[in-house]
Design a protein around this ligand. Structure first.
Ligand code: AMP
Length: 542
């Protein structure tokens, strides 16, 4: 059979050939709604490639983006990848010093940024050792006056070439993308995707039970292009010819709702914090979205009440689990036979599982010594994965990250049941170890968020003189609603094991990370000296 290298730009070639008029709609960062199509995206991506080539960017060089989800960001992706350079997507929600560290670590040569990030970059510019030129994603008229090195408006930059250019050819194992994990401890770590891993990942998520978009779908990726490879949607949608709707910088409930409604979106994906805003907006205004067939939740565990609320509004809400290190999809929560017939609470409970691994991902759970644990739905273990789009080593680090069978330790603790459904109990560093046994913080949080006054909750470990650690539950209430510690504890009673009951409950605000996860490290720091009732202090001197 033929050799046909799996190269990312072949996806946009296909979209431009077979679905040239399929729309790509954006709420632009500058404000107005912008409309283009795959034919145009490819033409302009070729100009990006030609311009980068002309500027001396070589195969393997890193070119960075600091940008929201827009059509320009999409054409830049393909333009960079099409000459064998590496598209490094930076998360603008990281702390400025982390952004500078990442840009230097990646040795980015060109940085393309939305106009809103110019002030931030001006502050960081003197620290950015390797950036030769800043391209600002706007046109000449809206270009701000800036001191940034070689700054030029994107539209002028690509208009200086004619687009008469051919993609470069190279091996399918060439690096295509670079994404840093937003680690809560230590420096961020880079994951380098290859053309091959991206194309295979895209084919993997095209399976019907994973994401499975079609040419008649309209997809709104709330998940940013800079978070975990956009969950693969920037490849999957053009691969099958789905219309794309990009939300730009506005992710509040009302703005996302408006786009979902006006563009008749059929599939959308994002993290629970964004969906919480949409849920509140829709519930308080009694709204519906008749075209929306699937709302996908990932990046953190959604509370079952969220899945239930969207189901009540006629929207199928399922979750996926994955991580930057996996390209990123690792499992999907579709209800497989015989669970598809479940109704009511049983259905919601099943949908609250993180789901089943698709073909191209293999999973196992092990104890701390690496011994496999049974898939019985009860044994908690370290979740390890291998597959066609799973990391082998972090970018620029020599450390071996695979076990002897070639599995990568995800850092998550999970159970897998006899039907292959996986459930995340915790990140291994968040797990609460009481008397040597593990308590799942996610499960406590899932139960308490069903309380009508609770907006969000986080269970964390606090040291305890007798048990080692005990759970402290931190609860953020919905605006204008009230609940006491006693209310919360009596709500939990009978719904979780007795020894999982939190020793204390506090009402407080819940902080989030740059990728929308609950920032438990900050809460652990905030409550480091918290005295649990019944202990005179938290240092073991009760
Ligand atoms: P990131 O690399 O930012 O995508 O983060 C990956 C981590 O997010 C995983 O290792 C999990 O701890 C967490 N995560 C992602 N999806 C889910 C989910 N559906 N349920 C629980 N945790 C999740």
């Amino acid at each position: 059979m033929q050799e046909w290298p799996l190269l990312c730009h072949r996806i946009i070639d296909h979209a431009a050939t077979c679905h040239p008029d399929r729309e790509v709609v954006t709420r632009s960062v500058e404000g107005p709604i912008h409309r283009t199509n795959y034919g145009q995206i490819r033409k302009r991506a070729l100009k990006v490639a030609q311009r980068l080539d002309g500027d001396g960017i070589l195969i393997g060089d890193r070119v960075a983006t600091l940008a929201w989800n827009t059509w320009r960001h999409l054409e830049i992706w393909y333009g960079i990848m099409g000459i064998g350079a590496v598209c490094h997507t930076i998360n603008p929600r990281l702390f400025p010093e982390q952004i500078a560290w990442i840009i230097n670590h990646a040795r980015d040569r060109v940085l393309l940024a939305d106009v809103s990030f110019v002030p931030l970059l001006e502050k960081l510019a003197s620290q950015l050792e390797f950036v030769e030129r800043f391209v600002i994603l706007t046109d000449c008229d809206r270009m701000p006056i800036t001191s940034l090195r070689g700054a030029i408006a994107y539209e002028s930059w690509i208009d200086s070439v004619n687009g008469d250019f051919a993609w470069k050819s190279f091996d399918e194992n060439t690096a295509a993308g670079l994404c840093y994990t937003s680690g809560t401890t230590g420096n961020p770590k880079g994951v380098l995707y290859s053309h091959r891993s991206n194309v295979l990942h895209s084919l993997m998520i095209a399976q019907a039970d994973v994401i499975g978009l079609s040419c008649n779908d309209t997809v709104l990726p709330v998940v940013p292009l800079f978070h975990a490879n956009s969950w693969g949607l920037a490849f999957h949608a053009p691969m099958v010819g789905s219309k794309i709707v990009f939300p730009g910088a506005k992710l509040d409930g009302a703005s996302v709702y408006e786009l979902l409604r006006d563009e008749k979106v059929t599939f959308t994906a994002g993290v629970p914090t964004v969906w919480l805003m949409l849920q509140q907006h829709m519930e308080s205004n009694n709204l519906r979205l008749p075209a929306l067939r699937q709302l996908r939740i990932g990046g953190a565990a959604p509370p079952p009440t969220m899945i239930e609320a969207f189901e009540r509004m006629g929207i199928a809400a399922t979750q996926g689990w994955g991580m930057t290190e996996m390209g990123p999809v690792g499992s999907m929560g579709a209800l497989k036979h015989p669970f598809e017939k479940l109704t009511g609470a049983e259905r919601i409970a099943q949908l609250s599982s993180q789901g089943v691994a698709p073909f191209l991902v293999e999973m196992k759970i092990t104890d701390d010594s690496g011994e496999r644990l049974p898939h019985d739905g009860r044994a908690f273990g370290r979740l390890k994965v291998r597959g066609a789009s799973v990391v082998k080593a972090y970018y620029g680090l020599d450390d071996r990250v695979l076990d002897k069978e070639g599995y990568f330790d995800t850092g998550d603790v999970a159970t897998i049941d006899e039907h292959a459904y996986m459930r995340i109990a915790d990140r291994s560093k968040d797990v609460i170890k009481s008397g040597g046994e593990w308590i799942s913080s996610i499960e406590i949080e899932n139960v308490v968020t069903a309380h009508p006054s609770v907006l969000e909750a986080a269970a964390i470990a606090v040291s305890h003189p007798k048990w080692g650690e005990r759970p402290l539950l931190i609860v953020q209430l919905k605006p204008g609603l009230a609940a006491t510690k006693t209310d919360i504890l009596s709500f939990l009673e009978g719904k979780i094991a007795k020894w999982w009951m939190p020793d204390d409950v506090v009402i407080d605000s819940i902080p989030h990370t740059a990728t929308g996860k609950i920032r438990k490290s900050e809460l652990r720091e905030r409550y480091r000296n918290h005295s649990l009732p019944g202990t005179s202090d938290s240092s073991g001197n009760s």
